[in-house]
Every structure is written in structure tokens, then in C-alpha cells.
Design a protein around this ligand. Structure first.
Ligand SMILES: Cc1cc2nc3c(=O)[nH]c(=O)nc-3n(C[C@H](O)[C@H](O)[C@H](O)COP(=O)(O)OP(=O)(O)OC[C@H]3O[C@@H](n4cnc5c(N)ncnc54)[C@H](O)[C@@H]3O)c2cc1C
Length: 394
């Protein structure tokens, strides 16, 4: 046996590094195995919500958090706009005090956008600086779940007590485990994303912009990120007839992107509503982040869920309590299910028509919804949100 660790973490994205950092702070030995070396390519629009910021602060501590953010923050934007097709629906200034829920008044409500490859690199560097073992450029190829031994592509073997599957949307661990236990077989419900980052000289658009119905029932985005503008779109799992590349090229043409041949289209999978309802196997394997299907379907937000589930898994391993992880992750499931509900409303003819007809008259409602429901974690029901808005009670 080449190595023996209390916890083996498969994957060095935000879920893996959050778990590793939290384990080291709790005194447990661990090893992260990552298929690539850092900084690695990672498609991501980089929307880093208030709840992601709070979670990262709690994982790193304030000083390390400030240091990481100084290196990875690309932009702070205060305008949030919605479009239907290319037609503007509503534009909100999130810094305007009257648009903010009372609880957020006097705070900086600008939207943070980060450089994802750099963020992941900084988190891994922090993990290593705490003494964490990192095996880069090597992948977990096989796992003997009963003997608790993992074999890497290089042939090296690692024995573990706990294994954390932080290996993303196309989780190797899940594929391997599905041979033992079919409740872990992927249900094939991943969305397909296409994304490019263009130079500002080729497209000059400010703010954070969401375009509904570029792909019917789904959305596209244009995020202003300093010198770059990030453009992307999502094709939902059941939209097999949509040609994403063609749709993306036509969207870019409508936006007026210049020199498109400089920007090859790149795609990546995003888990979509395929949460693992029990993300633990026999008290020894814990699924976190994308590998556990923890992505919010309304927005595609996954960084918060990755960081948070990684931290929860570490706390539960240290406390030697699987129940603790299941209990904590149920809260993330509730947030995701709420997003799934809103997403399903946008897919329905009646509710989407209502939304598209009335959104432009209620920019304050849209701002409050965005700030309270998406930037920050809240389980308020829709009626409660409307009631608070109507009564100006927030
Ligand atoms: C186009 C796009 C845009 C997005 N935009 C946003 C956004 O703006 N905001 C947001 O919050 N979320 C966004 N997301 C979602 C977010 O990127 C993911 O939810 C997040 O990366 C999940 O982190 P993770 O650590 O679970 O997985 P990942 O970041 O995917 O990390 C998994 C790691 O595991 C490694 N790995 C895989 N298999 C193995 C193996 N066998 N052995 C060793 N290593 C392995 C991979 O190389 C990878 O580094 C976006 C996703 C996409 C696709």
C-alpha cells in the first residue's frame, strides 16, 4: 500500500478543497487526488453569491478569505437585468437602498464575479499550506469499497477510512459504486452548458444579464467581468432536439460579438435536479458538490453547494456521524428543491406568461427576490415573499 489516510478526497474543486481544509482544521489526516494540475480549465460564469462568500469565510477564516478574494475577484456589478429573447424585461439597481430587503440595507449588495480557475487554485494552495497532501495529475481509477482501497491511474494505491466523492458532475466514484449498489446509478439528468469569455473590445455589455427563452424554457447569461464578458447558455436534460452550438452562435450574433472565430465554444455538464437523496454509502463514502447533484436548477449555482457540502462532510467525518451529514445536507436539498419549483414555474405556459407580462412593472420585487432568495439562503415560501414585498416589511 502506497498511502494510508483517514480520508481520501477524490477531486480538487471547491467541494474537495473545502472538505480538505475543514478536515485539516479539525485535526484529521486527508489526501486530495486531482486528475489535472492547478490552475486547471474550469467552465464557470463565476457568479459568487453572498451565501458562497459567507460559506467561504467560515471555511477559511476572515484573513485567508480576504487574501483569496483579492486574488480572484474580477468584478462587482450593481445592475441585474432580465430579458425575454433579446427584448429587455426589467433592469434593477441592487445598490439602491429602496430595492434592498431591510435586512440587507447599508450592506454592499453588488454582485461578485470571480475567476474560477484562479479560485480553485487558491483554495488548493491554502489546503496545501495547512499541510494537506495533494496528488495532482493522477486520477482515481478503481475503488474496492469493501476493503477501502483506491487505485490511481499511476498504479499507486491509497487506503482510507472515509472517502469523499468530490469528483464533479460525471463522478467516477458514483460510476464505480453503481456496480455495487444501483441506487447510485446516474439518472442521466444533466444539463449541457456552453460558455465563452470574450474580450471587452469584442462585446461591451455591463452588469449581470439573464436572457430567458434563447433556448425555450431555459436561459442564457451575459456577465460583465472586468476585461472579459462571459456568455453562456443552458440546454435542459430533456431538450434533446436543441442544437446548442448553433443556438449559441446565433445568440452571440444577436448580441453583436465581434471576432467570434477567436472564441471556440466549450461545453460542460451541470447536474440538474438529479440530487442523490442519500449521498452516503455505508458510513464510509460521502458525496459532495456536483457529485451529489447539488446544483440549484433556477440559476445553475453550484459553488455555494460545493463549499457548504464539503464543509458539512468534514464536520460529520470528524464527529463520526453519518446522520449529521444527512441532516445538514437536507437543508441544501430544501434550498435546491425551492429553486426547482421556481424553475418549473418558468417552464409552465401560464406562470411564465404572467411573469413575462408583469416583471417590468416590479423591478423592486425582482431585486428583492434576487437578493433574498438567490444571493442569500432563504426558505421563505413564494407567498411570504410577495406578502413581505406588498407590506414593505423586509
Ligand atoms: C458553464 C457553467 C457555468 C457555471 N456557472 C456558475 C456560477 O456562475 N456560479 C456558481 O455558483 N456555479 C456555477 N456553475 C456550477 C459550478 O461550477 C459547479 O457546481 C462547481 O464547480 C461544483 O464544484 P465541485 O467541486 O463539486 O466539482 P468540480 O468543480 O467539477 O470539481 C471536480 C474535480 O474532480 C476532478 N476529478 C474528476 N474525476 C476525477 C477522478 N477520477 N480522479 C481525480 N480527480 C477527478 C476534476 O478534474 C475536477 O477538478 C457553473 C457550471 C457550468 C458548467
Amino acid at each position: 500500500m502506497d498511502y494510508h489516510f483517514n480520508t481520501l478526497i477524490v477531486g480538487g474543486g471547491p467541494s474537495g478543497s473545502s472538505c480538505g481544509i475543514s478536515l485539516l482544521k479539525g485535526g484529521a489526516s486527508c489526501c486530495i487526488v486531482e486528475r489535472y494540475s492547478f490552475p486547471r480549465v474550469k467552465l464557470c460564469a463565476g457568479l459568487f453569491t453572498g451565501k458562497s462568500q459567507d460559506c467561504l469565510k467560515s471555511v477559511l477564516g476572515q484573513d485567508a478569505y480576504d487574501d483569496v478574494m483579492r486574488k480572484v475577484l474580477m468584478a462587482k456589478e450593481d445592475t441585474f437585468s432580465l430579458y425575454r429573447g433579446m427584448k429587455s424585461l426589467v433592469s434593477c439597481n441592487l445598490q439602491k437602498e429602496e430595492n434592498q430587503p431591510l435586512s440587507l440595507r447599508h450592506t454592499d449588495c453588488r454582485i461578485r464575479l470571480v475567476n474560477r480557475p484562479l479560485l480553485d487554485e487558491q483554495l488548493i494552495k491554502h489546503y496545501v499550506s495547512l499541510g494537506g497532501m495533494l496528488v495532482e495529475n493522477d486520477a482515481v481509477k478503481d475503488i474496492d469499497f469493501e476493503a477501502k482501497v483506491s487505485t490511481l491511474t499511476s498504479g499507486r494505491t491509497i487506503r482510507y477510512e472515509h472517502l469523499v466523492a468530490a469528483d464533479g458532475a460525471n463522478s467516477t466514484t458514483e460510476h464505480l459504486l453503481a456496480r455495487h449498489d444501483e441506487s447510485f446509478a446516474r439518472k442521466g439528468r444533466s444539463a449541457m452548458c456552453i460558455e465563452i469569455n470574450v474580450d471587452r473590445s469584442d462585446l461591451d455589455i455591463g452588469g449581470v444579464n439573464i436572457y430567458f427563452d434563447i433556448v425555450k424554457g431555459s436561459y442564457a447569461w451575459v456577465f460583465s467581468k472586468g476585461e472579459k464578458v462571459c456568455i453562456g447558455l443552458v440546454k435542459l436534460p430533456w431538450q434533446s432536439d436543441v442544437d446548442v452550438n448553433r443556438t449559441m452562435l446565433s445568440f452571440c450574433e444577436k448580441l453583436g460579438v465581434k471576432n467570434m472565430d477567436k472564441y471556440p465554444l466549450r461545453g460542460a455538464m451541470l447536474p440538474f435536479g438529479n440530487i442523490l437523496s442519500v449521498p452516503v454509502w455505508k458510513d464510509s463514502v460521502f458525496f459532495v458538490g456536483d457529485a451529489a447533484g447539488l446544483v440549484e436548477p433556477l440559476t445553475g449555482e453550484g459553488i455555494y453547494y460545493a463549499l457548504q457540502s464539503g464543509q458539512y462532510a468534514a464536520e460529520s467525518i470528524i464527529a463520526d456521524s453519518t446522520e449529521m451529514y444527512l441532516h445538514k445536507v437536507a437543508y441544501l436539498h430544501a434550498l435546491i428543491n425551492k429553486g426547482r419549483y421556481y424553475q418549473s414555474l418558468l417552464e409552465k405556459k401560464f406562470t411564465s406568461k404572467f411573469f413575462f407580462r408583469h416583471a417590468h412593472r416590479h423591478p423592486r420585487f425582482i431585486s428583492q427576490f434576487y437578493l433574498s432568495q438567490i444571493e442569500h439562503a432563504s426558505l421563505d415560501s413564494f407567498l411570504k415573499i410577495v406578502w413581505k414585498y406588498k407590506c414593505k416589511k423586509q
